[in-house]
Design a protein around this ligand. Structure first.
Ligand code: NAD
Ligand code: DAU
Length: 373
């Protein structure tokens, strides 16, 4: 189907999954950059969703709705009643280890949830057959996806481009790949005005402490083991989360409809090196700020030991992808996007955020963050 572009001028956003790690960072970024835009966050508050991630943001222009993207009627109401014209779709089950333990919920949230949103968007934005005589409403559906859909690289392979064949290896990445295909099909078949971004590993504030970086930071502070899967030589490409938000903004502003854009950090690390870097960085802070040693008496620095002594090699993840790497030349040359935060700065900001926001992670550990759910 030929799609006539209908540019959205006055952005009114539905941000799905906006109480999760990247969604909340995106909303924070967007509220700062474009305070006049309307933002409605729709989030089911699963274990990964946390209302506190949006603290200080909610006002007449930014509201939170507790609900499931699989509730198509609710999505239709929100789009219609709030005259929303842009969906930025983050909502998903996102943790690979959980997908290995229990894949069903990944299909429900990531595949069926995306289908539900696409159906609601098509209906409310009036992409009905021409015979109905309806004119479509200007809109954009931006789908947030992952580099994991491209599978696993060896050391020698070139980085993933937008035309790398899909080869998902985990239940998580298979469900994300399926959702990418649905989004593509709604563009080609119904003319839905879509863009998709496939991003590498994010790190930064509000990252749920089951993922590598926050888990390692908090385990070091508590003197707990640092579990490294396999030999620690798997490679990931790390991007500071605010840069992911900026990349999505560039795609929303200037991305071509129906196109996909890779977003990455050009910042490959083996897992063992990144964990050593976290250890070194925390130890540096402990040395510079003695009050931290009083706050965290079980951290190795409290007894003059390096945090690296906590590293333990453990059983590998089943089907563990060896290496991800993003070739970000398309978004750089076509949309002029480059990450703004280098890794040294980003990891320092991240560690400082965890040191300064103990109440946030204590609430996650004791479960009280779930009281709003
Ligand atoms: P997250 O797990 O921290 O947050 C997911 C959010 O979605 C949570 O707030 C959760 O409550 C919500 N959610 C889940 N199922 C829902 C449903 N059915 N209805 C409504 N809300 C629901 O995930 P994240 O790390 O912030 O990832 C966000 C998106 O970015 C995901 O689509 C993920 O695939 C993608 N992504 C993540 C990374 C990464 O490094 N974390 C990298 C690339 C892409
Ligand atoms: O590449 C983008 C993806 O990055 C996103 O699509 C996913 O949503 C996000 O969770 C992330 O997936 P990973 O599996 O790469 O992230 P995770 O933090 O779980 O693991 C990073 C690497 O560290 C991976 O090689 C597994 C390893 N690891 C992880 C944990 C939690 C360990 O060695 N030990 C651990 O305890």
């Amino acid at each position: 189907m030929t799609v006539t572009e209908m540019p959205v001028t006055d952005r009114r956003l539905l941000v799905t999954g906006g109480a999760g790690f990247i969604g909340a960072n995106f909303v924070r970024y967007w509220r700062g950059a474009r305070p006049d835009d309307t933002v409605v966050v729709l989030d089911a508050l699963t274990y990964a969703g946390n209302r506190a991630n949006l603290d200080g943001l909610e006002d007449s222009q930014c509201r939170f709705v507790h609900g499931d993207i699989n509730n198509t009627e609710l999505v239709e109401h929100l789009l219609r009643d709030e005259a929303l014209n842009t969906i930025v779709h983050f909502a998903a089950e996102s943790h690979v280890d959980r997908s290995i333990e229990g894949p069903d919920v990944f299909v429900e949230a990531n595949v069926l949830g995306t289908l539900s949103l696409l159906k609601a968007a098509r209906k409310v934005w009036q992409l009905e057959p021409a015979s109905t005589g309806q004119t479509a409403i200007a809109h954009r559906f931006h789908h947030v996806s992952t580099d994991e859909v491209f599978g696993s690289l060896t050391h020698e392979d070139p980085a993933f481009t937008e035309s790398t064949a899909y080869a998902p290896n985990s239940p998580y990445s298979a469900s994300k790949a399926a959702s990418d295909h649905l989004v593509r099909a709604w563009h080609h078949t119904y003319g839905l005005q879509v863009t998709t971004s496939n991003c590498s590993n994010n790190y930064g504030p509000f990252h749920f402490p089951e993922k590598l970086v926050p888990l390692m930071i908090l385990n070091v502070l508590h003197g707990r083991d640092l579990p490294i899967y396999g030999d620690g030589m798997n490679v990931r490409d790390w991007l500071f989360v605010e840069d992911h938000a900026r990349g999505i903004e560039r795609v929303l502003e200037s991305g071509e409809l129906g196109e996909t854009y890779n977003i990455g950090g050009c910042n490959e690390w083996t897992n063992i090196d990144i964990v050593r870097e976290v250890c070194r960085s925390v130890d540096e802070r402990m040395a510079a700020r003695p009050e931290l040693v009083e706050r965290f008496p079980h951290t190795p620095a409290a007894v003059g030991e390096p945090s690296e002594t906590l590293i333990q090699f453990v059983t590998d993840r089943a089907g563990h992808d060896f290496r991800y790497a993003i070739d970000a030349s398309k978004i750089e040359t076509e949309l002029g996007f480059q990450p703004a935060t280098d890794f040294e700065t980003g990891i320092k900001k991240t560690i400082d955020w965890y040191l300064d926001n103990e109440a946030w992670w204590q609430a996650v550990f004791d479960g009280s963050y779930r009281k709003a759910a």
